[in-house]
Design a protein around this ligand. Structure first.
Ligand code: BES
Ligand code: MN
Ligand code: ZN
Length: 503
């Protein structure tokens, strides 16, 4: 989908479909909407009067123009109450309207004109939300289907700005939104890909291609390095699989200073069978998505490298499969993590924390001033928060709040769980320094406490995306399958830590 921006008269626009917004508490049509209404002989105001159009959030009403104007059809989209409109509602509405158009319209490619008559928002942020909503709304993963379903694609979305909006600001926002939406789509692609097409080696090769395309550094380390570094967690999880583990390091340097401002750590389990503590077979296939955290940090790096904030960012992705075999780690085994702490393996299905612990130690070793990790870590988080909120925990309330705000701003909501001292003892072992499972209760918190043991004094935030990384139904700008959640949070977080951009 191409996105064009112009300011002009929507009625004269030679597009097949024209889209306009109405609010639930609209008091009379004005401006271009009023002109469109009179060109349609008052049809819009008539429908509003008859309560056919209520302007409720996500309500779509088609009006056929019967040759009165160039467009064949006008779609009226409700944005809800004026005082309750948010950028995320705008993102959701434009996604749903694009989906609606693609499901209804003829078989040729389409040109849409959308009148962006929405006041009260920063014009750049409005442009960003609109392009993100449109692009993410039409995302689709069908590369493994031989006969592609008959899907009509929107060829061009023309966003028409009323004069009161700032064209330059809006355009720069749209361009930023395109970069962010592409990053989210990339993360979705990586997560939706079946595990036989997304081994640690394949993930590495894809990431190499991205690094050269977007111009950031990449280093990929093999088993010998992991041994030298004492990464017993990553090696332990990997030892059951025939696929070789990889330790992927991505580096973006936006500042001349030598400091590493933030490390983004992503869980890269390309398939989680549970290992010897094997999972039940029902829905086990979903565990192809257990590298969603890794995908999110890789995708965020592609956007960061394009948006060029003035700070230094390193992404770390420990990548391996978790498989059962004659060489696999056993429950009862004791492993040694990179920082020397020993861990009793209660269950081989609590593998994420083992590979993340080594990665977090590495982030500290290379001097990261802040660490954020993103992981599909616990089923317990999905039980607690469903697919709406990402779980967030951290050892530094200021940094945690910064992350939550960065997410709120882009419509990725999070809910903080208490990393209270009292929970720490859940991970106490009788045979080692720690155990890798704190039991059924407070599972998300004990998993986070495990990681906290390795973050030590570095300000660190943990995002548990086990519930939010995939969805079982399309909703707003999410399609069934991978959501790409936390990519936009990470991008926005990194930009917010470096307010002065070096353009
Ligand atoms: N990858 C899973 C967590 C998960 C569950 C992600 C559902 C997405 C959807 C993780 O490795 C895991 O298996 N966690 C265990 C930990 C437990 C054994 C302590 C869990 O949550 O059951
Ligand atoms: Mn697991
Ligand atoms: Zn897992």
């Amino acid at each position: 989908m191409k996105i064009k921006i112009s300011s002009g008269n929507i009625i004269k626009y030679d597009a097949q479909v024209i889209v306009v917004n109405v609010f639930e508490d609209e008091d009379g049509l004005s401006g271009q909407l009023a002109k469109l209404d009179s060109a349609l002989d008052g049809e819009i105001s008539r429908l509003i009067k008859q309560k056919e159009i209520k302007g409720k959030f996500k309500e779509i009403t088609p009006i056929f123009t019967l040759g009165k104007i160039a467009a064949v059809k006008v779609l009226i989209i409700g944005l809800g109450k004026k005082s309750e409109v948010t950028l995320d509602k705008i993102r959701i509405c434009i996604a749903e309207i694009c989906q609606y158009i693609q499901s209804k319209n003829g078989n040729s490619s389409l040109e849409i004109a959308y009148l962006a008559d929405i006041a009260g928002f920063d014009n750049s942020e409005l442009g960003q939300a609109m392009s993100e909503g449109a692009l993410l709304g039409v995302y689709c993963f069908n590369k493994h289907i031989s006969k592609k379903p008959d899907r009509k694609e929107i060829d061009t979305l023309n966003i028409i700005l009323p004069k009161k909006l700032n064209l330059n600001l809006f355009t720069s926002g749209v361009n930023k939104g395109i970069i962010c939406a592409q990053a989210v789509s990339l993360a979705r692609d990586l997560v939706n890909e079946p595990a036989n097409y997304m081994t640690p080696s394949i993930l590495t090769e894809i990431t190499r291609t991205l690094a050269s395309k977007y111009n950031f550094d990449i280093q990929v380390f093999e088993k010998d390095f992991m041994q030298a570094e004492g990464m017993g967690g990553l090696l332990g999880v990997a030892q059951g699989s025939n696929e070789l583990p990889k330790f992927i390091l991505l580096k973006y340097s936006g500042s001349k200073k030598k400091t590493l401002d933030i490390a983004l750590v992503g869980k890269g389990i390309t398939f989680d069978s549970g290992g010897i503590s094997i999972k039940p077979s029902e829905n086990m296939g979903d565990m192809k998505g257990d590298m969603a955290g890794g995908a999110a940090v890789i995708a965020a790096m592609t956007a960061i490298a394009q948006l060029k904030p003035s700070l230094n960012v390193t992404a770390i992705i420990p990548a391996t499969e978790n498989m059962p075999s004659g060489t696999a780690m056993r429950p009862g085994d004791v492993i040694t993590q990179k920082n020397g702490k020993t861990v009793e393996i209660i269950t081989t299905d609590a593998e994420g924390r083992l590979i993340l612990a080594d990665a977090i130690c590495y982030a500290r070793k290379i001097g990261a001033k802040k660490i954020i990790d993103v992981a599909t870590l616990t089923g317990a988080c999905r039980v607690a928060l469903g697919d709406i909120c990402t779980g967030v925990l951290g050892n530094d309330q200021t940094f945690t709040q910064t992350v939550i705000s960065a997410g709120d701003k882009v419509g990725e909501c999070m809910w903080q769980l208490p990393l209270k001292e009292e929970y720490k003892e859940l991970n106490k072992s009788e045979v080692a320094d720690l155990k890798n499972s704190g039991g059924r209760y407070a599972g998300t918190i004990s998993a986070a406490w495990f990681l906290a043991e390795f973050a030590e004094t570095t300000p660190w935030v943990h995002l548990d995306i086990a519930g939010t990384s995939m969805t079982d139904k399309a909703k707003g700008y999410y399609q069934k399958g991978a959501t790409g959640v936390s990519v936009r949070t990470l991008i926005n977080l990194v930009l917010s830590l470096a307010p002065l951009e070096n353009v």
